[in-house]
Design a protein around this ligand. Structure first.
Ligand code: AMP
Ligand code: ZN
Length: 503
């Protein structure tokens, strides 16, 4: 344990910052809701996964052995988050449109998601379970829920009985603050469509598949597929146990997804799942929630290449990651071109200062006021991260340290005013923060992580250009080539494909 400050985490379930005490000393079980792999991941999704990457990294830095489970949703998530079997499965719909097997759709977008996560230098989770790989576990959970009296069958579909659950357990709505009367009036309009349900707040845990539905499995009730909320209950329980430490996701999942997850866990095994719920806030684009449906969106690739009306130029993955670190995970973050330009400057300054710092040496240093200040800043940086992962505040302290580092270099401050031990501590903490905790890479250094991130981006851009060329979209193909040239990267088309060099 490098930091001796106790870790405090805001628990959405209690609405309070709590001292974190893992169930098993020294070990943490963390489950984060992963993407629904029916289209390209958007930057908002990336923000949530980068936020939890920093949480994962900091827990490890603090000395915990972490089992991080992040699922892949490849079945059951219906259009409009509905749960009537009239709504189409997001993946099945994409398979129909693209004339692919649903598994082909899932593989294509899972691969794309992994590529983007690698480019953002997000660590892979310890386990990445797929919903379609856990159908027996989900069927078993439905059986338990029925046996405990919280599920009922209607035409081969099984619904979770919310009023009964409230009557017996009295805890539905604790996470989201919703009350059933509210739910009832909210969903009254849909009642006609949902007449299989006894109550509008009930939700499907197993759905009978319509004849044209592509994804279907045998169950005791019908040939069908599991409800979306069920997979996370079944998979977190399988890999982390009936009670585990942390469950995370974007705050748009609080209701109904997470609320229903808790109800399912309690309904099946009388166990609540996670002790602590963490919710990351939304990424906005020019002040509005980033979402694909109203066109207010920018993809990671568009941001890297600058091929979007929302930006004046391309920004590198590490600049974007740095930009994300500048907001607390529980605050919204508004992506604007101006803010990205500022982040680019900040990122470069941080990397430059670290290079300077690592080359500093001293002879006969002593403990002075400056030495105390530096040590206090280092302590505060660790305290900030232990205070509900306050990355922006920790980052601000690093910038205060950058000012001192640059003053040592420029001679405005005498390096011998700090001790050898303090300089060593400063070097290692700075390095640890930038690379291990914040997960940044130095893009100016060839051969280090920076180069591999650039290689990843280049592969992505080259693939996009090849796609444009294959569909004779010469305008896009030329735009990519010219844009890269302006950024000092030359493309060369050859027999073996396209290669690139830096000017
Ligand atoms: P989905 O693929 O829609 O299931 O979402 C994957 C993850 O991204 C979930 O944790 C969502 O809460 C999160 N998410 C979706 N939109 C945004 C956004 N605009 N900003 C931040 N996170 C988001
Ligand atoms: Zn989930």
């Amino acid at each position: 344990m490098k930091s001796n400050t106790e870790l405090k985490i805001y628990n959405s379930l209690t609405g309070e910052k709590e001292t974190f005490t893992p169930i098993h000393a020294g070990r943490v079980g963390m489950y984060v809701c992963g993407p629904t792999v029916y289209n390209d991941v958007h930057l908002g999704n990336c923000r949530t996964f980068v936020n939890f990457d920093v949480v994962y990294r900091y827990l490890q830095y603090a000395g915990y052995k972490v089992r991080y489970v992040r699922n892949i949703t490849d079945v059951g998530h219906l259009e409009g988050d509905a749960d009537t079997n009239e709504a189409e499965d997001k993946l099945a719909k994409r398979a129909r449109i693209e004339q692919l097997e649903p598994m082909e759709v899932a593989s294509k977008y899972t691969n794309g998601f992994h590529d983007i996560m690698r480019i953002f230098n997000a660590l892979p989770p310890s386990i990445e379970p797929r919903a379609t790989g856990h159908i027996p576990e989900q069927i078993e959970m439905v059986e338990e829920i029925i046996n405990n009296g919280f599920g009922y069958e209607a035409n081969g579909s099984i619904y979770f009985d919310v009023p009964k659950f409230i009557q017996v357990k009295g805890i539905y709505g604790n996470l989201s603050g919703r009350v059933v009367e509210e739910l009832q009036s909210e969903t009254r309009d849909n009642l006609k469509k949902q007449d299989e349900k006894r109550h509008p707040a009930d939700f499907a845990i197993w759905m009978k598949a319509a004849p044209e539905h592509l994804m279907r499995w045998k169950s005791p009730w019908s040939v069908g597929f599991p409800g979306w909320h069920l997979e996370c209950s079944a998979m977190s329980r399988k890999y982390l146990g009936e009670t585990f430490d942390i469950h995370g996701g974007g705050n748009d999942l609080k209701f109904p997804h997470h609320e229903n997850e808790i109800a399912q866990n309690v309904g099946a095994c009388n166990c609540g799942g996670a002790n602590l719920w963490m919710h990351a806030n939304m990424l906005l684009l020019n002040g509005k929630k980033m979402s694909k449906s109203d066109g207010n969106t920018i993809s990671p690739t568009q941001l890297f290449t600058g091929d979007s009306p929302h930006v004046t130029k391309g920004y590198s993955p590490m600049v974007v990651r740095f930009f994300m670190l500048q907001a607390h995970y529980r605050s919204t973050l508004d992506i604007t071109d101006d803010a990205l330009q500022a982040a680019e400057k900040g990122y470069k300054r941080l990397m430059e200062s670290n290079k300077i710092l690592q080359s500093l040496t001293l002879k006969g240093g002593k403990q002075t006021e400056i030495d105390n200040e530096i040590n206090a800043l280092i302590d505060s940086t660790l305290e900030d991260m232990s205070d509900d992962f306050n990355a922006p505040r920790a980052l601000a302290r690093l910038f205060e340290l950058c000012t001192k580092i640059n003053a040592f270099k420029g001679g405005q401050l005498d390096i011998n005013q700090i001790t050898e031990g303090s300089l060593t501590r400063l070097k290692s903490t700075f390095n640890d923060f930038i690379f291990s905790i914040f997960g940044l890479q130095d893009e100016s250094v060839a051969g280090e992580g920076g180069q591999s991130a650039l290689e990843g981006v280049m592969q992505l851009v080259i693939d996009l250009r090849a796609q444009a060329r294959a569909s004779k979209d010469w305008a896009t193909s030329d735009k990519i080539r010219d844009g890269l040239k302006a950024a000092g990267i030359l493309l060369k088309d050859g027999k073996e494909g396209t290669s690139w060099t830096k000017e």
